[in-house]
Structures are given as structure tokens and as C-alpha cells.
Design a protein around this ligand. Structure first.
Ligand SMILES: NC(=O)c1ccc[n+]([C@@H]2O[C@H](COP(=O)([O-])OP(=O)(O)OC[C@H]3O[C@@H](n4cnc5c(N)ncnc54)[C@H](O)[C@@H]3O)[C@@H](O)[C@H]2O)c1
Ligand SMILES: [Zn+2]
Length: 357
């Protein structure tokens, strides 16, 4: 069992990473005495794959639990599903001594976490992330929320879980496309904080793609360690946490301009390349680094260029509409070298034009 801590004073919490840990969750929760009983919230696909395992684990430790499901997909990350889940908890008479388990990908985590933060003004919750993206990114750091028609993630809270349990074994059933998307975020950590990890991902590519448990455990652990360190330093994203947005400013715009037909991870890969090209054009990063980033993304079958059919005009508009734009200034996270980035809003419009062209 590997365990690390997200250090946030009294709200610190452990991240357990262990192959097969889904079966032992009840035991650990019983020892931690986080809540009397748990409502497991999962999408229907993940519920049918892993709901029983988690329920049985709770039962074996004599903890009450039940499963509530919602339809798979981003469309469920909505105010209406949020409302339905809150009402279901109320009907089942959940109170402040009870808790929520978010089981699934980032959609379950964000949605169930948001419910936990609002229901009765906040009840404890635990994350069991099952997609690679959720295991290395969304389950750690406490951002919760839902989408509204006016924009993604526009309604939400910062609300930290009490514990995160990661079982790399569940990735066996994750669709390959989703796995590859998650790898974009993994590569991101190498670029922003850890050149050695970047090299590891290059060297162990075959093992990663074959889901070698040892190697997957290592990449999840390293990714979570980096995210946990950054979050512990700047929980509410007033400063350093923004480096996690590397590749996301242009990535989000590409995702939106494609009408979400390009999945998040692939859009982030495109955004990471665009950002390093900006850095090269500004003269703060070498072309060698740009080439290294492009090559690694390609080795993981991730796209590195904006598809020709997407409107550049539209992408530019989406960049300016990003919710992180402050008084018209777009902040870019730009690599200086592998493992080192800066945040700057000083990028000539001409450079953006050239990179998007
Ligand atoms: N809170 C944060 O910090 C944060 C960070 C990044 C992304 N997000 C959010 O995360 C969401 C995307 O997360 P996602 O990509 O995990 O989406 P998701 O939750 O929809 O999961 C993707 C798909 O994989 C399936 N799935 C998940 N685990 C599986 C498994 N082990 N086996 C088989 N199928 C499995 C799901 O049913 C779903 O169909 C977005 O809403 C995004 O905004 C949040
Ligand atoms: Zn992302």
C-alpha cells in the first residue's frame, strides 16, 4: 500500500494507492470512523462494474451503505442531477453523520463532491476514482461542481474529501480512448514539475500502455504527489496552482470549438504543444524541449496540432472567454525547460496568431 497526504492542516487527507484496494475500503473506513453509513454515487456503467465490490466491502465491515446511480456522461454533471441526488438523500434521511462515496470518473467525483459540499451544508465524502483522469487529477484537490448551459464547471465549491482510494486495477475496464486522454494529464505533470518523470514516461511507454500494475502504480503515485504538493501550497488557485492549467487555456478553447467532439485529454495535448510553441516564439524555451514534448505525446497516440477544420476565430474567442481570464488578460503557463514552467500574461497577439495558424 502506498499512501500519501494532501497537507491542508486540519483538513489534510490520505490518498491510498493499492492494486485491489476496492475490496478493503470498508475496513479502512471503519477504522477512520468518517461516517455512520455511506451513499455511494456512481454512473450506471461504473456502478454495474464496481458498485457491488464497494458495497460488499462496506457490509463486511458492518458499515451501512447503498448505491445511487445516474446516467453515464458529462450531461449528468448538471443542476438537475444535483437536485435529484440531494432529494434522494433527504428521502433516505441522510444526516450530517452520514457520508458520500464518489465512485467513478471525474463526472461522479465533481457531481457527488458538490452534493456532499451542499447537502445539509456539508457532509463528509470519500473519493474512489476509476478513470485515469480521475485517479491522477480530478479526485485530488477538492474542486467540485456542475456545468450550466452558460459554461462548464461554472457552479461549484472547493470541498476536500476525507480520503481518496485508488485501485489501479480498475483501469483494465476503462476504454482505451479514455486511458489515452488521462495520459495527457500525466505527461503534463512531467512538463510542469518533474523532468525525470517525463523521461520515465518515455522509457516505460510499453509498460504503461500494457497497464503493467507496477508502472501504473508509479505513474499514479507520482502524478498525485505532484498535484497534492501544488494543492497544499495553494488550495484556492490564487497563484502556483495555476501551473496545473498548463495546456488548458488553448486546450479548453479547442475542446469547445470542436463542440466537445475532441475529448478533454486530447485537447489538452494540443494545448500543451501550442503553449510550448508560444514559449519558443518568445525565446524563453528551446526547440529541443518543444520537440521532446511533441514526441512524447505522439508516442502515446495523442494529437499535437489543432485540426484544420476548426475555426481559428472561434478558438480565439473561446480563449478570451475562459473563466480564468482576468480583466482581458489571458494567463499562459509556458515551459522554460522540462520540469519548469512560468505563468505569464505577456504574450503578443501576433505570437498567438502564428501559433494558431
Ligand atoms: N475536479 C477537478 O479538479 C477536475 C479536474 C479535471 C477534470 N474534471 C472533470 O472531470 C470530468 C471528466 O472526467 P472523466 O474523463 O473521468 O469522465 P467520466 O466520469 O464521464 O468517465 C469517462 C467514462 O469512463 C467510464 N469509466 C470510468 N471509469 C471506468 C472504469 N474503470 N471502467 C470502465 N469505464 C469507466 C465512465 O462511465 C464514463 O463513460 C469532467 O467533467 C471535468 O470537468 C475535474
Ligand atoms: Zn485537464
Amino acid at each position: 500500500m502506498r499512501e500519501l497526504t494532501v497537507g491542508l492542516g486540519q483538513r489534510s487527507y490520505p490518498i491510498h494507492i493499492e492494486d485491489g484496494c476496492l475490496q478493503y475500503i470498508g475496513q479502512d473506513l471503519a477504522e477512520r470512523k468518517i461516517a455512520n453509513r455511506y451513499c455511494i454515487i456512481a454512473d450506471d456503467r461504473v456502478a454495474s462494474l464496481y458498485g457491488r465490490t464497494v458495497l460488499q466491502s462496506l457490509q463486511q465491515s458492518h458499515i451501512g451503505g447503498e448505491l445511487i446511480t445516474f446516467p453515464e456522461g458529462e450531461a449528468s454533471k448538471s443542476l438537475s442531477t444535483f437536485g435529484a441526488l440531494c432529494r434522494e438523500l433527504a428521502r433516505k434521511r441522510y444526516d450530517r453523520r452520514d457520508g458520500i462515496i464518489a465512485l467513478g470518473g471525474g463526472v461522479s467525483g465533481d457531481l457527488a463532491g458538490f452534493v456532499a459540499s451542499c447537502y445539509m451544508r456539508g457532509i463528509p465524502f470519500v473519493q474512489i476514482p476509476t478513470s485515469l483522469l480521475a485517479q491522477v487529477d480530478s479526485s485530488v484537490g477538492g474542486k467540485t461542481g456542475v456545468d450550466i448551459e452558460e459554461g462548464k464547471n461554472l457552479v461549484g465549491t472547493f470541498y476536500q474529501p476525507k480520503a481518496v482510494y485508488i485501485d489501479p486495477g480498475v483501469l483494465e475496464t476503462l476504454p482505451a480512448e479514455q486511458f489515452i486522454g488521462g495520459m495527457a494529464e500525466v505527461i503534463k505533470y512531467g512538463v510542469i514539475r518533474d523532468a525525470e518523470f517525463f523521461e520515465y514516461l518515455r522509457r516505460e511507454r510499453e509498460g504503461v500502455l500494457a497497464l503493467d500494475r507496477e508502472i501504473i502504480t508509479k505513474i499514479v503515485l507520482t502524478s498525485c504527489t505532484i498535484k497534492a504538493d501544488v494543492v497544499a501550497e495553494d488550495e484556492k488557485e490564487s497563484n502556483i496552482r495555476r501551473i496545473l492549467n498548463y495546456g488548458h487555456t488553448i486546450g479548453h478553447a479547442v475542446e469547445a470549438a470542436s463542440n466537445f467532439s475532441i475529448i478533454h485529454g486530447k485537447a489538452v495535448a494540443i494545448g500543451m504543444v501550442a503553449a510550448v510553441r508560444i514559449a519558443v516564439a518568445k525565446g524563453i524555451c528551446s526547440e529541443t524541449v518543444q520537440q521532446q514534448i511533441v514526441s512524447l505525446l505522439e508516442e502515446y497516440n495523442l494529437p499535437t496540432a489543432i485540426p484544420e477544420h476548426l475555426s481559428r476565430e472561434q478558438i480565439k474567442n473561446y480563449i478570451l472567454r475562459d473563466k480564468k481570464v482576468v480583466s482581458g488578460k489571458v494567463a499562459y503557463v509556458l515551459p522554460l525547460a522540462l520540469g519548469e514552467v512560468i505563468i505569464t500574461d505577456e504574450v503578443e497577439p501576433l505570437i498567438i496568431e502564428a501559433v494558431l495558424a
